[in-house]
Design a protein around this ligand. Structure first.
Ligand code: 0A1
Ligand code: ZN
Length: 885
């Protein structure tokens, strides 16, 4: 509902619900131009409160009330009131039954929240507050009810009718319509409700749980996608087993269903027993999906499945507790992916993502704590902070408690709160009980926003063989928060000898030394750790495996960084040393570019990359990580006021220099890897994924040399690859190269081959939208006219508008402001259709304070233009309010 000034909702205003809903009986009558939803609610006054009966205020939006009965008696118009948000009436008994019938128009629902149509099928999205767009209800997660759902629809067009739980009855009517009744034995909040009706095929399998129950597994898709489900099915079976082994969690219904839909605002949704997925997060086969897409499918399938316990069996009391389910579940899916693939590579990927995107959020106008204290529109709080930083907070607990005690804490949490709607405090309390630790200070991670800074200095005294680490922590101000208290920061560290060996670690006062590495608990604003019996000046390896989501400063020399990149015994910190070295080299060039077109680049980067390439025993996955330069987004984050064009140019310059300098060894290695790829059928397994990643990275470097022989290789890889990973990487190289004829030809062939597959076409769109070539904006405007583009489809919006504004630095940040104006136009257009997507896609503009004054001004002009463009959704209003202070 559009409104000028949405209200701020506060955590401190939480009250228990006045009424509870014991049973929810729903009937859907689905038609082409409308749907009728009949709800019979068996309700009672909340027994935890007194027996006086306040008015019953039900949530409801965009509903046309057709009929209303209380305890079987129709209510007259005098006996209830309806506004654009609520239905209010006066109960007269402690227990009562309320019947309503509403009319809705799913076919006109472009917000993709509530009941809507996607590619001809009916589907729902209820989290967070979509159920109120289906029927009048107490749409809050602490109202948990037992649901039965009957769906009526035309049998020919909608042969498959699904809802949560188990099917208990079905039938056919004379008029070509049929119906199915589903019953979910578990109480659940309305946000976990789902309905699907469509012409779908399914891939079936079974899983035998640890207690020997057989569960039917079904993945429903449109018929043309039936050959793209096997990877998701394999992933599902793997994660079901993993959750039993790692967390002792067993699946609880007889059926587990996944449905793929083309129009979806997010990645997927954990509805009880009936997960609904954005088709891009479930469909994958070698010819159409990259390795990265295969890995994304595996982790999202696992994420949604893991929610069955962390989210569904134990849910959130209110939406301020969102990270209770999301942070914990992301942590769980991260552990799973690390176990299925390489744990170091997974950590590198996660940390890169966190530092580029979540740190930016934490430093910007939308910064909020992992448990926010207030919000206007909850949809805006499905953020990197709630998900990724929330997962880091759980990870720190895991580090501090250790694997075994953490598992006991998780067990206790599930046992204590099964069937309940609880808070982050309950999660921490379980961890306190099993560990005996007081986690009061640790909980500041939930209430204080912003990324803490750790400044570490050290000193070594050879005479006394003591080594001292001095640690200072601070946290910058964030909107509405100043003067933050010190956090509990687990600092995983080691001390390395000149040969790169770990030295024993014995703190003053300790009688024995620890070997290898240890975790220091930093708890004060300033703190010293004094190590004794340190026989030589050590080189510290700090914040290993990125043990806390902080920005750490330690004054390593460039030679130290080179040494760590080659010798640190922690794989993550090897990579990190390389990133810091590359960053410094790029920053040098940024400075020089204002003076000269031919900057001098520190030769150490070429030297160390040469040495790494020559190292035969280095895991290709790690080598690929070592050779990747920090992303432009991450580099921008290192500046108070960044010049995005200079940063882009400098990063390009350094990449080109590396390419020319390392052309020979890169070519030799590329040829060998490509040969193996040609001889090996595609398998989405870690070792092959690593090979292709290195191969594609080398190709991208080599293509920078504009060598015609390499161009031929690239065109060949594009043409003959049996998989999308090699094909798309080659296409991206061509599109970003000066060889426009070859690029056009490849784009044409790609589009001809995949025009019927919307997910593959999304990749075709985003490769072009992200291409850092002249006239990028013209190309993007052109893409919007393509028949396969639709502004109503969130995947297409992300593929074109999202890729342009997030990845195409030189064109998006064009000096004349044209990139910003383009994004603003699209935000305005989208807000009228799908406010959630509008409020997300605007985010690059909200970071205006990170840029130099020229870019700031251009961005502000567009933010203000959006603000004055007319009536805004609550979603967009909140983002603009916060960005423009
Ligand atoms: N709970 C889902 C994510 C999700 C959130 C909101 C949605 O609509 C507004 C849809 C999905 C998850 O964590 O996977
Ligand atoms: Zn989730």
């Amino acid at each position: 509902m559009r409104t000028e000034h949405p209200k701020m909702i506060k955590l401190s205003a939480y009250r228990l619900p006045d009424y509870l809903i014991e049973e929810t009986h729903l009937t859907f009558e689905l038609h082409e131009s409308y749907a009728l939803v009949h709800a019979r609610l068996v309700m009672q006054r909340n027994p935890s409160l007194d027996t006086h009966l306040p008015p019953l205020v039900l949530d409801g939006q965009k509903l046309e009330l057709i009929d209303i009965n209380l305890n079987g008696e129709r209510l007259s118009a005098m006996e209830y009131t309806v506004t654009d948000k609520h239905l209010t009436l006066q109960p007269t008994t402690i227990e009562f039954e309320l019947d309503t019938t509403v009319r809705i128009e799913p076919q006109n629902n472009t917000e993709l929240e509530g009941l809507y149509k996607s590619s001809g099928m009916f589907c729902t999205q209820c989290e967070a507050e979509g159920f109120r767009k289906i029927t009048y209800y107490l749409d809050r997660p602490d109202v948990m009810s037992r649901f039965t759902t009957t769906i009526f629809a035309d049998k020919q067009n909608y042969p498959i009718l699904l809802s949560n739980g188990n099917p208990i009855a079905q039938g056919e009517d004379d008029d070509g319509r049929h119906w199915v009744t589903w019953e979910d034995p578990f109480k659940k909040p309305a946000y976990l409700f789902a309905v699907v009706a469509g012409d779908l095929w399914c891939v079936e399998d079974t899983f035998t749980t640890m207690s020997g129950r057989e569960v039917a597994l079904r993945i429903y898709v449109e018929p043309e996608n039936i050959d793209k489900c096997q990877h998701a099915m394999n992933s599902l079976k793997k994660c079901m087993r993993w959750d039993e082994e790692k967390y002792g969690r067993e699946y609880d219904l007889d059926i587990f269903m996944v449905v793929a839909v083309n129009d979806f605002n997010m990645g997927a949704m954990e509805n009880k027993g009936l997960n609904i997925f954005n088709s891009s997060c479930v469909l994958a086969k070698a010819e159409t999906a990259t390795d990265a897409a295969h890995q994304r499918v595996e982790s999202i399938v696992a994420h949604e499945y893991f929610h069955n316990w962390s989210g569904n069996r134990v849910t959130c009391r209110d939406w301020f507790q969102l990270s209770l389910k999301e942070g914990f579940t992301v942590f769980r899916d991260t552990q799973f992916s690390a176990d299925m693939n390489s744990d170091v590579v997974k950590r590198i990927e996660d940390v890169s993502y966190l530092r580029t995107h979540q740190f930016a959020e934490d430093a910007g106008p939308m910064a909020h704590p992992v448990r926010p204290a207030e919000y206007m529109e909850i949809s805006n709080f499905y953020t990197l902070t709630i998900y990724e930083k929330g997962a880091e907070v759980v990870r720190m607990l895991h580090t501090l408690l250790g694997e075994a005690v953490f598992r006991q804490g998780a067990d206790l949490y599930f046992e204590r709160h099964d069937g309940q709607a609880v808070t982050c405090d309950d999660f921490i309390a379980a961890m306190e009980t099993v560990s005996g630790m007081d986690l009061t200070q640790f909980k500041l991670w939930y209430s204080q926003a912003g990324t803490p800074r750790l400044v570490i200095t050290d000193s070594y005294d050879a005479a006394t063989q003591t080594y001292c680490l001095q640690v200072k922590q601070s946290c910058p101000d964030t909107p509405d928060q100043t003067d933050k208290k010190p956090f509990v920061i687990p600092l995983r560290m080691a001390l390395l000898s000149q040969q790169g060996q770990s030295l024993p670690l014995q703190l003053q006062g300790e009688s024995i030394a620890m070997k290898g590495e240890r975790v220091l608990a930093v708890t004060e604003a300033e703190q010293s750790f004094i190590f004794q019996k340190v026989t030589e000046q050590p080189l510290p390896s700090l914040l290993r495996s990125f043990s806390a989501p902080v920005i750490m400063e330690y004054n390593y020399s460039r030679d130290d960084l080179v040494f760590l990149l080659q010798h640190d015994t922690d794989g993550f910190n090897r990579w990190e040393a390389g990133q810091q070295l590359s960053l410094q080299v790029i920053e040098d060039v940024v400075g020089q570019l204002y003076e000269t077109d031919e900057p001098m680049m520190d030769s150490r980067l070429v030297e160390v990359f040469t040495a790494l390439l020559a190292q035969d025993d280095l895991d290709p996955a790690m080598l690929a990580e070592f050779l990747s330069l920090p992303s432009t987004g991450y580099i921008i984050e290192q500046y108070e006021q960044a010049d995005p064009l200079a940063i882009h140019q400098a990063r390009e310059y350094v990449s080109n220099q590396l390419a020319y300098a390392l052309k020979e060894p890169m070519r030799v290695r590329y040829d060998a890897l490509r040969k193996t790829s040609l001889e090996t059928p595609y398998v989405a397994q870690a070792s092959d994924i690593a090979r292709r990643r290195l191969q594609n990275m080398l190709l991208a470097y080599l293509m920078r040399t504009n060598d015609l022989d390499i161009l031929d290789e690239c065109v060949d890889q594009f043409g003959v690859a049996d998989n999308m990973t090699e094909r798309l990487a080659a296409l991206a190289c061509l599109v970003n190269s000066p060889f426009t004829d070859e690029a056009q030809e490849a784009l044409k062939r790609f589009a001809e081959r995949f025009s019927e597959d919307p997910i593959v076409m999304d990749q075709w769109f985003s490769v072009q939208a992200a291409a850092v070539v002249p006239s990028g904006l013209e190309r993007v405007t052109h893409l919007l006219e393509h028949p396969a583009f639709s502004i109503k489809n969130p995947n297409k919006v992300r593929a074109v508008i999202g890729a342009f504004s997030m990845q195409n630095t030189p064109n998006f940040h064009a000096e004349d402001g044209s990139g910003y104006a383009f994004l603003a136009d699209k935000v305005i257009e989208l807000d009228a259709l799908n406010p959630q997507i509008a409020a997300r896609i605007i985010s690059p503009l909200t970071r205006w304070q990170r840029y130099d004054l020229h870019h700031q001004e251009l961005m502000l002009v567009q933010l203000k233009r959006i603000k004055n463009s007319g009536e805004l959704s609550a979603d967009l209003f909140e983002v603009l309010e916060k960005s423009l202070v």
